[in-house]
Design a protein around this ligand. Structure first.
Ligand SMILES: [Zn+2]
Length: 282
């Protein structure tokens, strides 16, 4: 089974605008148009059985609508292969109630994005959400490292992540982008081996520029194949989750990259789906 633990979709009426805005700020190419339909098509082509959707709540008042959509998507997961996490904003004062309700409705986890949400991961607003999600036995996944659209901003830097981990000690915690996008060396030194899962999203393949934009390959180099292997094995392949960040990379290319990475068959099976299956309980 292949599970893509890191994908994004938008409601049909918003997808076009959301994707072009993000493509412009990141200068990264979108492979799909951001709709559930195109993601499902991509999943069939790449042999992906499930995609985990990670909605990002950028304003506190959005959480209600976003979580309603998540619940609606999850009613059809078995047929569609789409499984949505919930979203929450650090400034949602009623975070306890929100998390309890999501958990009671079978939502397996939440996504936080300190850079987009403008609250550092080691600040109290995020710490208490992470703690409360753990109390509800939920998975928490966070954006980790720099963000391509906000150069140099350290809301989820390796140092801050370490501080959060030392304070909350969360169970079922996932750091996206192999623990810290564009901080590969620091992650290898400081995060590898800690009790967290790492997803592979946007780490292993070079970033393709959005049409009409330019990107120097040296700007944000991907993880080298050699460092990727060293990090997976140093951390333990049983705590690495396949993720693509679709529509920002191609599921098909990313599956191929894992197959060609030098991991053995058992490690590949674990990374591509076995670990996620266990974590999600599916
Ligand atoms: Zn993402």
């Amino acid at each position: 089974m292949i599970i893509d633990f890191h994908t994004h979709t938008f409601p049909e009426n918003l997808a076009g605008r959301a994707i072009s805005k993000l493509a412009a700020s990141s200068r990264a190419k979108n492979y799909l148009n951001g709709t559930e339909k195109e993601l499902q098509h991509s999943m069939r082509e790449a042999d992906v059985d499930y995609s985990v959707l990670l909605p990002v709540v950028t304003k506190p008042e959005q959480q209600k609508d976003i979580n309603q959509i998540a619940l609606k998507i999850n009613r059809h997961s078995k047929e569609t292969g789409l499984l949505s996490f919930g979203g929450i904003h650090p400034e949602n004062r009623d975070y306890r109630e929100i998390l309890r309700t999501l958990a009671a409705n079978g939502v397996k986890g939440i996504k936080i994005h300190p850079v987009f949400q403008r609250v550092p991961i080691d600040h109290i607003e995020n710490l208490r959400i992470i703690e409360c999600a753990c109390e509800n036995d939920m998975i928490v996944i966070t954006h980790a490292g720099y963000d391509i659209g906000f150069p140099g901003e350290d809301f989820s830097s390796v140092r801050r992540i370490e501080r959060m981990l030392d304070t909350v000690r969360p169970q079922k915690f996932v750091l996206a982008h192999m623990g810290g996008w564009d901080c590969w060396g620091e992650v290898e030194d400081r995060i590898v081996g800690r009790d967290v899962y790492l997803d592979t999203a946007f780490s292993l393949l070079p970033i393709e520029p959005a049409p009409g934009t330019a990107r120097d390959l040296k700007e944000n180099p991907p993880l080298s194949g050699e460092q990727f292997l060293r990090m997976v094995r140093g951390h333990g392949a049983e705590r690495i989750l396949f993720g693509t960040d679709s529509p920002w990379s191609s599921q098909q290319k990313m599956v191929a990259a894992i197959r060609d990475s030098g991991l053995d068959a058992r490690e590949q099976e674990a990374v591509l789906g076995g670990n996620a299956r266990g974590l999600l309980g599916i």
